[in-house]
Design a protein around this ligand. Structure first.
Ligand SMILES: [Cu+2]
Length: 181
């Protein structure tokens, strides 16, 4: 029993590393963390929340709220700025609302209930390219190619995050069997 307990240590280290490494892979974010998606009682907590994270294409935003009390509308910049709830690009009314970021650039979300948007129940985030995925096709035609050498990666090649995880698991197995022998 004491020996098994001892052997658990390297696995804890490996697991910790796996949790830290894929920081640039697609992630899921709970909007507002503990605040959820609610009408702020002051200030602009969603602007602060957004400034504390870096988003990439492929990330998912999860809005947790009381269904019926709030909505999540994806809107244009002008609708965001003016809190125009009339013609959203898309709207979700049931919690949790899941929004996957599919394009680079700015994305705008507001609550369409009453004056919640005016009370800063609104979120804008900027998504960068996910450098772990294939090069993005968003360069305008005729623009110079990126300064970094073009990657010759074939479609379906494993990304670096997956390789790193497999290497960590392999090292973990080595440590495990080394210590148990
Ligand atoms: Cu609301």
């Amino acid at each position: 029993m004491e020996r098994n307990h001892h052997l658990a240590m390297p696995w804890m280290v490996i697991l910790s590393a796996i949790l830290i490494v894929p920081s640039s892979l697609a992630a899921t974010y709970n909007v507002g963390d503990n605040l959820g998606w609610a009408t702020p009682t002051g200030g602009d907590p969603y602007a602060i929340w957004a400034s504390q994270h870096t988003f990439v294409v492929g990330d998912a935003l999860v809005f947790n709220f009381i269904s019926g009390s709030h909505t999540v509308a994806n809107v244009t910049r002008s609708a965001f700025d003016s809190c125009n709830t009339g013609n959203p690009l898309s709207i979700q009314t049931n919690s949790p609302a899941n929004f996957t970021i599919n394009t680079i650039g700015r994305h705008y979300f507001i609550c369409t209930i009453l004056n919640h948007c005016s009370l800063n129940q609104k979120l804008t985030i900027t998504a960068r390219a996910n450098t772990n995925n294939a090069p993005s096709p968003t360069s305008p035609p005729g623009s110079p190619s990126p300064s970094s050498p073009p990657m010759k990666s074939s479609v379906g090649a494993p990304d670096m995050g997956a390789i790193t995880i497999f290497m960590l698991i392999f090292i973990g197995l080595l440590v495990h069997f080394t210590m148990s022998s």
